[in-house]
Design a protein around this ligand. Structure first.
Ligand SMILES: Cc1cc2nc3c(=O)[nH]c(=O)nc-3n(C[C@H](O)[C@H](O)[C@H](O)COP(=O)(O)OP(=O)(O)OC[C@H]3O[C@@H](n4cnc5c(N)ncnc54)[C@H](O)[C@@H]3O)c2cc1C
Length: 361
């Protein structure tokens, strides 16, 4: 049997697609499925606030069951481990095989990891559930004495500051292979360097960790540094199944899509958010959210046998708001960077409005 539509992953673009369908009163064809590892989808924008103690679990995750009920999608807990793009057969970790008429992939990305043994926990910032479980355990039974965070972008900085606030007895070490916040204006990096220093976070800038062995982080230069746990906020790495799927991918393994968000090689397969490669589109939640309306309209068109018409055009720049776990946030836009409580107010408003828009009461 072929399911008319299979959506894989409850990423930002799928959430906005489902929200749009509810607003439009649209029901997916009977037999359509959303495959997701768990019933709840975590909202990454609020994760640092959750770790810092600003938010509770229920503020930061979306119950997918009501969204699916309202759109005629069946919610199936599971994880895709293999895809054959030509036949559109998906294989789940349970061994179950399903065939899709139309397939939509919004399954995010993981974090590139250096070579490592099992001497210390090495935890990806995504999927967030793993990090959250470690954080809960650290709060219950004691935090690691030295916690290393690998990465120098917005997520790494937010996690370092949030964990320093939550685990005050823990020494936080931040290793950034590139200059800190290299995608943001230079003033943003200057403000954050000062803040890290004031909060006692050891910043190792220009340090690429190539290996973690026997509890030591080995950089390409300098002496090894001891750590008791490491968190990876190292950017995006594609899932292994993407590479072997037969879909056209870029050299890294991300799925090449056109402006309609259809696979360049298999037009009955869509990809959006971090798992996709689209010229001019950075990988971030803001851009994944903006893809939602285009994806929703184009999926509807293809499901009724028409050509998808809507084109997604990435905005040239986006406002970045980094929570600094001190009741303030750093707002970056173009060449501007401002650290203030007004920026935190704005971040809270945008985040809570987004979450409210996805809650079905
Ligand atoms: C700490 C942190 C803070 C961040 N803050 C921000 C921010 O403030 N603003 C911003 O724009 N970006 C932020 N980001 C980046 C942002 O999280 C990602 O760019 C964004 O989540 C990508 O969204 P997505 O739609 O691709 O899917 P994701 O949100 O990554 O969701 C993918 C979903 O697919 C599921 N999935 C994964 N694999 C499978 C599989 N094999 N089968 C089935 N389901 C699967 C996952 O469980 C998940 O629910 C942050 C990242 C981190 C780590």
């Amino acid at each position: 049997m072929t399911q008319p539509l299979i959506m894989v992953g409850a990423g930002h673009a799928h959430l906005v697609t489902l929200r749009g369908w509810i607003e439009q009163g649209y029901h997916a064809p009977p037999g359509s499925l959303l495959i997701t590892p768990e019933r709840y989808a975590w909202y990454s924008g609020m994760m640092p606030g959750l770790l810092a103690g600003r938010w509770q679990t229920e503020h930061c995750r979306i119950d997918l069951a009501p969204l699916c009920n309202a759109t005629g999608m069946a919610l199936q807990e599971g994880q895709l481990v293999q895809l054959d793009a030509d036949s559109r057969f998906v294989t789940l970790a349970s061994g179950q095989q399903l065939r899709a008429g139309v397939l939509s992939l919004n399954s995010g990305a993981s974090n590139p990891a250096p070579e490592h043994d099992n001497s210390i926990p090495v935890i990806g910032a995504k999927p967030f559930g793993d990090l959250y479980q470690h954080w809960q355990q650290w709060r219950r039974s004691g935090a690691p004495a030295r916690l290393a965070i690998l990465g120098g972008g917005a997520a790494a900085v937010e996690l370092a500051l949030a964990l320093q606030k939550a685990l005050s007895e823990c020494q936080i070490l931040l290793f950034s292979s590139n200059p800190l916040l290299s995608g943001q204006p230079p003033r943003a990096a200057r403000l954050i360097r000062t803040l890290l220093l004031r909060r006692g976070i050891a910043l190792h800038e220009g340090a690429t960790i190539s290996r973690i062995e026997n509890g030591y982080l080995h950089a390409t230069t300098g002496d090894p540094v001891a750590a008791d746990a490491a968190i990876l906020a190292t950017g995006a790495a594609p899932a292994a199944w993407q590479h072997s799927s037969g879909l056209a991918t870029d050299s890294a393994g991300f799925i090449r899509v056109s402006a309609t968000l259809q696979s360049q090689s298999h037009p009955s397969i869509f990809a959006s958010g971090d798992c996709a490669a689209l010229a001019g589109c950075p990988r971030s939640g803001v851009y994944a959210v903006r893809q939602g309306p285009t994806l929703g309209a184009n999926l509807r068109a293809l499901l009724r046998g028409q050509q998808p018409q809507q084109h997604y055009q990435p905005q040239p720049r986006a406002l970045a708001l980094l929570a600094t776990a001190d009741q303030q946030a750093l707002a970056c836009y173009g060449p501007l960077a401002i650290h203030s409580s007004a920026a935190m107010w704005l971040k809270d408003k945008l985040d809570t409005d987004f979450m409210r828009s996805l809650q079905m009461d």
